[in-house]
Design a binder for this molecule. Structure first.
Ligand SMILES: NC(=O)c1ccc[n+]([C@@H]2O[C@H](COP(=O)([O-])OP(=O)(O)OC[C@H]3O[C@@H](n4cnc5c(N)ncnc54)[C@H](OP(=O)(O)O)[C@@H]3O)[C@@H](O)[C@H]2O)c1
Length: 125
């Protein structure tokens, strides 16, 4: 897009969660002043069962969704999860009153596994 566009996009939404961390693209966005928005920020709910996420949730007395959303926030990602109940939507907002330590962030950073729930953009016509 940047080869032809005259306006640099303000936001790029890409699949992004602890099992697909997109470090290279996030760095590129940062250099270009593009905000990174997470598509499927909870990995369509699948990353909620990750043992490291569960351990951090127990340690912080938070839910797995709150741990993942807090990780997104601390990385500077825009994260808008989908949830079907008002209770979960409320829960997903309660991420502004605690912090993951640098060690916690490193632990989540270690969960990368190239796991995609959606299509790779290169394979979409
Ligand atoms: N997937 C798509 O095709 C698509 C297309 C366009 C845009 N998007 C955007 O992507 C985001 C949503 O993506 P997504 O639905 O694919 O994945 P997601 O937000 O990563 O995950 C949603 C899943 O997590 C569960 N969940 C949410 N909060 C939870 C909580 N606190 N505790 C336990 N489970 C929780 C939801 O369950 P319940 O629903 O049962 O609560 C749902 O199964 C939205 O911002 C949407 O606008 C997605």
């Amino acid at each position: 897009l940047l080869e032809t566009a005259e306006v640099v996009p303000a936001v790029n939404q890409i699949e992004l969660h602890p099992w697909l961390q997109q470090d290279e693209l996030r760095e590129k966005h940062e250099l270009l002043g593009i905000r990174t928005e997470a598509w499927s920020p909870l990995g369509r709910g699948q990353v909620l069962k990750d043992p490291v996420i569960l351990a951090l949730a127990a340690e912080h007395d938070r839910t797995p969704a709150q741990i993942i959303l807090r990780w997104h926030l601390q990385l500077g990602n825009i994260a808008i999860p989908k949830a079907s109940s008002s209770g979960r939507i409320r829960e997903n907002f309660e991420v502004f009153d605690f912090e993951l330590s640098p060690l916690d962030m490193t632990e989540v950073g270690g969960l990368e596994r190239g796991f995609r729930t959606g299509s790779h953009p290169d394979n979409v016509a």
